[in-house]
Design a protein around this ligand. Structure first.
Ligand code: DC
Length: 229
């Protein structure tokens, strides 16, 4: 069967990654979480003192961006890809609230987006890819055969994030997480470069009241519809 490109965009903590990762595994496609790439750049900024509060040393980051190499390796035990920054395992570090708090301003920088979009387009050159993020259907792969835009209420997304962090032993109040979710929504939608928006030809999915299994089944149906027509 001819391989296609699948673009999944939407708000933070919508369960995009879970359904995208699962579909990719099931149909034998590559899965790329582009949020992890922006998070890795944010982590680099924190670890190299390039960010103070929310102020980024843009000149230093522009020079450093050439030396920031992000890759994914499959964890054979979990079957999930994990993020590496310059060869170092950073999958856990990039998911902390410390990184969530600064990733939006980092991802709003034009030169950061340019560098990462180039890498993402190279990863999808051969098709057979499921990529999730904010600008996949609009900027990275505007010609993707299947585009999905996922949304859910901010309160439900904050609750999912709260449960996820708690399960990992990171305790933050629900209110702190809700504030972060709302701030990121706003910054992602308002930024000048590649703001988060639903592509004209994307299918909208509000998963506020869907279980993970229901979402997965819905996505599988969309894939079948496009590939079997
Ligand atoms: O999907 P996520 O929450 O892990 O993404 C982290 C941040 O990265 C998010 O606040 C916006 C940014 N991002 C982006 O600007 N473009 C993408 N393609 C993916 C993520």
């Amino acid at each position: 069967m001819k391989k296609i490109t699948i673009a999944i965009d939407g708000f933070s903590s919508c369960g995009k990654s879970t359904m995208a990762k699962d579909l990719a595994k099931e149909i034998g496609y590559i899965y790329i979480d582009t949020g992890a790439m922006y998070r890795a750049v944010a982590l680099y900024c924190i670890e190299h003192g390039l960010i103070e509060g929310k102020t980024i040393n843009e000149d230093a980051l522009q020079t450093a961006i050439r030396d920031i190499h992000i890759s994914f390796r499959l964890n054979e035990q979990t079957g999930s890809p994990e993020t590496y920054l310059n060869g170092e395992y950073v999958e856990d570090k990039i998911r902390t609230m410390e990184v969530s708090a600064v990733v939006s301003p980092v991802s709003a920088l034009g030169f950061v987006r340019e560098a990462l979009v180039k890498q993402q387009q190279a990863m999808g050159e051969e098709k057979g890819i499921v990529m999730d993020g904010r600008d996949i259907g609009t900027v990275v792969f505007p010609n993707a055969e299947l585009k999905i835009f996922v949304t859910a209420s901010a309160e439900i997304r904050a609750q999912r994030r709260y449960d996820e962090l708690k399960a990992k032993g990171e305790t933050h109040s629900y209110e702190e997480i809700l504030t972060n979710v709302k701030q990121r929504d706003e910054m992602d939608q308002q930024r000048a470069v590649s703001p988060l928006r639903c592509a004209d030809d994307a299918i909208l999915l509000d998963n506020s009241h869907l279980t993970i299994d229901e979402q997965k089944a819905w996505l599988r149906e969309q894939f079948k519809r496009v590939t079997e027509s």
